[in-house]
Design a protein around this ligand. Structure first.
Ligand SMILES: O=C(O)C[C@H](O)C(=O)O
Ligand code: SF4
Length: 512
């Protein structure tokens, strides 16, 4: 590997495994603000542990390493064609070394390219500048939070907020709505980048570019600074909380940029990024290709330890912890209620989009009676003797399986569905009718969960690619929270309703 390629490789590994200092600081501040002992506070401490584990194991913070997006500034005359080739090589190498998940999939056939290289992957933007050095910045933004990006065209009518006009106050309403509509599904607490103006394409680009600002910077545009401060203060009153569990902290950062627009168009574009906000950058000496400086504060500068204040007695007294061994019986499931913590031991099976679609009209490769199915696309590697090991394995967004889940529970006798972000009314009904639960694991905590998988018993449907295959995993001590039970209760439905009520408090004009 030549020096430039090696520097890019280091940038990729650092970005994927070591959350930068400014992002860590925002998460630590959130931990200070969250009510001690609550579900959200506990999730934030797991998130903090996971950040430390990823740094220590030099392994992905989250299993979804996202769309690798590079922004490269080069001195005049630098060979961008060669640099592009070397960046692509570095991405493929980092994937081979399990620092990135195999994440590039043919949109028509579903075939995984296996090395994160393919049409449109990775994304590389070049720009020349007048400085003598090369700057390469990288963001790894996962699919779950990408799905929560949203673009508004003003004027519009917004749920809970009414009319949003073509002015600063209309923009304010769009941003508040953007945070509300994400709920916990993009692994809140999140960061948002907002682009005002442009066309549909450049508006989103501007929004994404805002995510390259330091989490602790101050907007030089006074009007936008006030808007950012307003959103930070008020979006955190929506009560969505970490993973949508309810709580004081919903948003960790808000950065707004503006550009001109066409007279007929007025777009407000919002890029939502999960707490696993992986972006880093390097300055590179063009003579020898070596890194001279890191652009964002390195992760190790901010320790994620914290003295946990004692939880309020009422909080801990309410929480039950139940240990379940798979296969699970209906009787055990019927005893569980929303809010219980469940610890799972025994065999667990992964299954996500391709598998759920497949199971609708095929038999399962393994018996799923009493089973726990985990919505997860892990990062896997082979060890020296050729056996599979789980390198990163947090949950994926469950709502995508809503069209299938109810029928699959019924058809195969599944008792526990594990994922994140919650599911809808069809699944809730099936849980009630057939005696099953939905367990919410902590999104992005991929190292924390990987350590619960002690042995890979086997794999089916490998033709779907590593993330989509059905992995059979011997599990010990996998903790998750019951957020939908077999008695018709859903924490997700509750939080969605209460946050909508709160959103409507922000209806009146603020920036007149
Ligand atoms: O693809 C995944 O593993 C997770 C995804 O980023 C998600 O948030 O749903
Ligand atoms: S699982 Fe959560 S933390 Fe990971 S990429 Fe998706 S949204 Fe981000």
């Amino acid at each position: 590997m030549n020096r430039f390629q090696e520097s890019i490789y280091k940038l990729i590994v650092e970005t994927s495994t070591n959350l930068p200092g400014d992002v860590r600081q925002a998460i630590q501040a959130a931990r200070e603000r969250e009510d001690a002992g609550t579900r959200s506070a506990l999730s934030l401490s797991t998130i903090a542990d996971n950040i430390q584990m990823a740094e220590c194991n030099v392994s992905p913070i989250c299993q979804d390493t996202g769309m690798p997006t590079f922004i490269v500034h080069t001195p005049v005359g630098a060979n961008q064609i060669l640099m592009r080739k070397q960046i692509i090589e570095a991405v493929a190498q980092a994937t081979k070394d399990s620092k990135l998940r195999t994440n590039s999939v043919d949109s028509l056939t579903g075939a995984n390219s296996g090395d994160n290289v393919g049409p449109g992957t990775p994304v590389i933007h070049f720009e020349q500048w007048e400085r003598d050095e090369i700057e390469a910045k990288l963001i790894l933004k996962g699919g779950g939070c990408e799905n929560k990006n949203i673009q508004y065209s003003l004027p519009t009518e917004l749920e809970g907020l009414g009319k949003a006009g073509r002015d600063l106050d209309g923009i304010r309403k769009c941003i508040m709505h953007a945070v509300y509509q994400a709920q916990g599904q993009g692994c809140s607490a999140g960061f948002i980048g907002v682009g005002i103006g442009g066309d549909r394409t450049t508006g989103y680009e501007l929004a994404k570019h805002q995510l390259f600002r330091r989490a602790d910077d101050v907007n030089p545009n006074e009007e936008l600074r006030k808007l950012e401060d307003y959103v930070m203060d008020n979006a955190n009153k929506l009560g969505i909380g970490t993973m949508g569990f309810g709580g004081q902290v919903t948003l960790l950062g808000c950065k707004v940029g503006v550009m001109n627009r066409l007279p007929a168009s007025f777009f407000v574009s919002v890029a939502y990024n999960c707490w696993a906000f992986r972006r880093q950058g390097v300055l590179i000496n063009p003579e020898n290709g070596e890194i001279t400086e890191w652009v964002y504060p390195k992760g190790e500068l901010v320790d994620m330890k914290k003295d946990e204040p004692a939880a309020a007695a009422s909080e801990t007294a309410e929480r039950r912890e139940v240990v379940l061994q798979t296969p699970i019986s209906e009787e055990q499931i019927r005893q569980l209620r929303v809010g219980d913590v469940v610890i799972i031991n025994g065999l667990m099976h992964t299954g996500r989009d391709a598998l759920h679609k497949y199971l609708m009209d095929h038999e399962s490769p393994v018996d799923l009676n009493g089973a726990a199915i985990y919505h997860c696309g892990p990062v896997m590697a082979k060890d020296a003797d050729g056996s599979w090991v789980v390198k990163a394995a947090g949950p994926t967004t469950s709502i995508r399986e809503e069209p299938y889940q109810g029928e699959i529970i019924k058809k195969f006798g599944i008792r526990a569905v594990i994922g994140k972000g919650g599911m809808g009314p069809k699944t809730l009904k099936a849980l009630q009718e057939h005696g099953a639960v939905y367990l919410n694991a902590i999104g992005g905590a991929a190292q924390y969960y990987a350590q619960c998988f002690k042995k890979v018993e086997g794999v089916d449907k490998m033709e779907f690619g590593i993330p989509e295959a059905m992995w059979h995993l011997q599990t010990e001590g996998f903790a998750a929270i019951v957020t939908m039970d077999s008695h018709g209760n859903s924490l997700h439905a509750e939080v969605e309703q209460s946050s909508l009520d709160k959103l409507s408090q922000f209806k009146d004009p603020v920036f007149a």
